[in-house]
Design a protein around this ligand. Structure first.
Ligand SMILES: NC(=O)c1ccc[n+]([C@@H]2O[C@H](COP(=O)([O-])OP(=O)(O)OC[C@H]3O[C@@H](n4cnc5c(N)ncnc54)[C@H](O)[C@@H]3O)[C@@H](O)[C@H]2O)c1
Length: 313
């Protein structure tokens, strides 16, 4: 059953931090018909906000008039006033997030939901010193948040069931695919799965089994080609749990279980081989090749987002 609040289509949504994630989150709620207020303290980021939002509207062939639903602020108090939800997308630093949440408590109503977009810091810890901890929740959007459907909604040990329901409803009504993560475990679900695969991929390259380009080809042309329509649990049931058991019995003992980051990663970081931004990471990149990857990804995600929107109308 949904609460009365859950059915309000036009709520005030406040965003703390108008950077990479914050501006995309602001966009998606504005596109869903909400009134959005963004607090961004850095003058240079605030100055580029409307241009960055306009670029999303152009990418998605949306009517730029929807941007009238977004107001930008350089101070926090007026941005938060009357908000039903606050989504915090400030830098990934625990003391900063704790300070922001403490301030939020003095600025919003006791039932305003306070959601953190932290990639890794448990909202249990972020909200530890608050008086109303039942309204603190994790909402892990994926980059870019206006294009990737998934949002992990992470219930911490103090989050109430009602807050989970209201948050899931808001996101679902905004066209996202929210999932309920029942415990505030490090990495939540998506990053645990993603990094389990990266751990093995890096170990295979380090052991000389194949090069980094081959890993990408194996994923993209192999199981990745079906992953968007067939999750690993569905795939296991499709081929049979017994087959998965037999493979696991032979294979799992050979999989990498290096505790902590693999030495290959440490060596790359120490050598300044940080990826596309330095021209070399696990693979080598010219600026043109790096741009081509970014363009390919952005176009692919935008086409999928447009197709989803078309199917809804
Ligand atoms: N980048 C990603 O792929 C990604 C994905 C999922 C989650 N996240 C998480 O989202 C959060 C934001 O990440 P991002 O990539 O958007 O970072 P970002 O650096 O692009 O944006 C952070 C913004 O917060 C602003 N800021 C700084 N101090 C602030 C304060 N006291 N109050 C309000 N705003 C402040 C900064 O000026 C900046 O514009 C982080 O917790 C990050 O871990 C990032």
């Amino acid at each position: 059953m949904r609460d009365q609040n859950e059915q309000n289509p036009g709520q005030k949504i406040a965003i703390v931090g108008g950077g990479l994630m914050g501006h995309g989150i602001a966009y998606l709620f504005a596109a869903a018909g909400h009134q959005v207020a963004v607090f961004e303290p850095a003058t240079e980021l605030l100055a580029t906000l409307s241009k960055r939002l306009r670029a999303i509207a152009d990418l998605l062939d949306d009517d730029p008039a929807l941007l009238n639903n977004i107001a930008a602020y350089d101070t926090i108090a007026p941005a938060m006033r009357g908000a039903a939800f606050v989504f915090e997308a400030a830098p990934e630093k625990l003391p900063l997030k704790q300070q922001i949440f403490a301030e939020l408590e003095s600025l919003v109503a006791p039932d305003t939901i306070l959601a953190s977009n932290s990639s890794a810091i448990p909202s249990t810890v972020i909200g530890r010193h608050l008086a109303h901890r039942e309204r603190v929740i994790g909402t892990h959007f994926w980059n870019p948040p206006h294009l990737v459907p998934l949002v992990e909604v992470i219930q911490n040990e103090m989050t109430s069931e009602q807050v989970v329901r209201r948050t899931m409803a808001l996101l679902r009504d905004a066209g996202k695919t929210p999932v309920h993560v029942r415990r505030d475990v490090p990495g939540f679900v998506g990053n645990r799965l993603q990094h389990a695969m990266k751990r093995e991929a890096i170990a295979l390259v380090a052991a000389g089994v194949c090069d980094a380009e081959t890993i990408d080809t194996v994923v993209k042309a192999g199981f990745g080609a079906r992953t968007a329509v067939l999750g690993p649990m569905e795939q296991t049931d499709l081929v049979g749990v017994d087959l998965t058991f037999d493979i696991a019995a032979v294979l799992y003992q050979h999989l990498d279980c290096t505790p902590g980051p693999h030495p290959l990663l440490r060596d790359k970081v120490a050598a300044g081989k940080l990826g596309m931004k330095t021209g070399e990471g696990l693979r080598r990149w010219t600026p043109e090749q790096a741009d081509a990857v970014r363009t390919r990804l952005s176009r692919f995600l935008a086409e999928q987002a447009k197709a989803r929107k078309k199917n809804l109308t």
